[in-house]
Design a protein. Structure first.
Length: 330
């Protein structure tokens, strides 16, 4: 008899898992309107988590770096974006799509710029001396995370901060009995654009080829005249910037943030990376969507299991596929 992997392989492989999950939830929930609302919410949540997790997957899977300080970029991205939106509160609340859009663009650019700069500093000063030493990587990145959290407390305090949303992203679109928040649709679209961009760069560009070749045989690539260290710095910077943007989007999703934001999301991010498979952008997207859908469906059907749903999902998937759903091929 065919096993589950063989059956899935005939009809699209592991990419059918979210479809199967959604269909199973449809049967259990019973109410089409509630199911549609939960599904859209799960997809948008998954895309925001993908933004945070994709950078860690690249750094962890391609560069073999255990960066437990990744959550600091998420937290800083959220607070930087919230600060910019607060400073531009007049534009945020104006009845003008242009002014709303400009405020949002400036907030995301500020988060992205901070992520790029922080990623460069983190790789150059903290990570570079401990390449190929996982124990020291864990210790030094955990120490950097603690310092980063204290910096956030010193700059913004420990009181929860309200995050303003641009006026044009407020409200919801009503389709029959289904209510879809505009912000969720924007988050889904932004995550999709980020995925397409990363996929094309890694799989259809010379830079992506060099990065993957450098991971396989660094000495050979360097002997051809390419500076792999600069490429790795670039990967680290992009990964950090994606985490910062993900944090900024999550801040707008929650509308109330605390310095513990990064640490709370880091658990979910690691689960997504492990489920998807290290170094795989497609796997990270798949894992993020599975986590987003599962969290929403279980939260509706069995609220007491909501907190444990992600761990249960990870356990089931790893028992079936120990390397993740779509691990990178090295």
């Amino acid at each position: 008899m065919e096993n589950l992997s063989q059956i899935l392989g005939r009809f699209g492989g592991v990419y059918l898992l979210p479809v199967g999950l959604a269909l199973g939830a449809f049967v259990l929930i019973g109410a089409p309107a509630s199911w549609a609302t939960l599904t859209i919410a799960g997809l948008s949540m998954g895309m925001m988590v993908f933004l945070m997790a994709s950078g860690l997957s690249l750094i962890f899977g391609l560069m073999d770096v255990l960066n437990f300080g990744h959550s600091a970029f998420i937290s800083f991205g959220a607070f930087v974006a919230a600060t910019v939106l607060s400073a531009l509160s007049g534009w945020v609340g104006a009845d003008s799509v242009f002014l709303n859009s400009m405020a949002l663009v400036f907030a995301l650019l500020a988060a992205t710029s901070f992520g790029l700069a922080a990623g460069w500093f983190f790789e150059t000063v903290i990570i570079r001396p401990v390449y190929h030493d996982h124990l020291r990587q864990i210790l030094i990145t955990m120490g950097a995370l603690i310092v980063s959290e204290q910096i956030i407390l010193a700059l913004w305090g420990g009181t929860p901060i309200t995050v303003l949303r641009p006026h044009f992203l407020e409200g919801a679109i009503i389709l029959g009995n289904v209510s879809v928040e505009v912000y969720r649709l924007f988050a889904f679209a932004l995550g999709l654009v980020a995925f397409i961009g990363l996929y094309l760069v890694l799989n259809r560009s010379r830079i992506g080829l060099l990065v993957r070749a450098g991971v396989e045989n660094r000495e050979m690539v360097e002997s051809l005249g390419f500076r792999i260290d600069r490429l790795f710095i670039g990967v680290f910077m992009v990964g950090s910037a994606l985490a910062a943007v993900g944090g900024a989007m999550w801040a707008g999703y929650e509308t109330l943030i605390t310095p513990a934001l990064g640490g709370e999301m880091m658990i979910v991010v690691f689960i997504v990376v492990i489920i998807g498979g290290l170094g795989s952008i497609e796997g990270t997207l798949l894992g993020a969507i599975m986590v987003g859908l599962t969290a929403n469906y279980v939260g509706f059907l069995a609220p007491k299991l909501a907190l444990a749903s992600n761990m249960i999902l990870m356990t089931i998937i790893l028992l079936w596929r120990p390397n993740g759903l779509r691990p990178a091929v090295k």
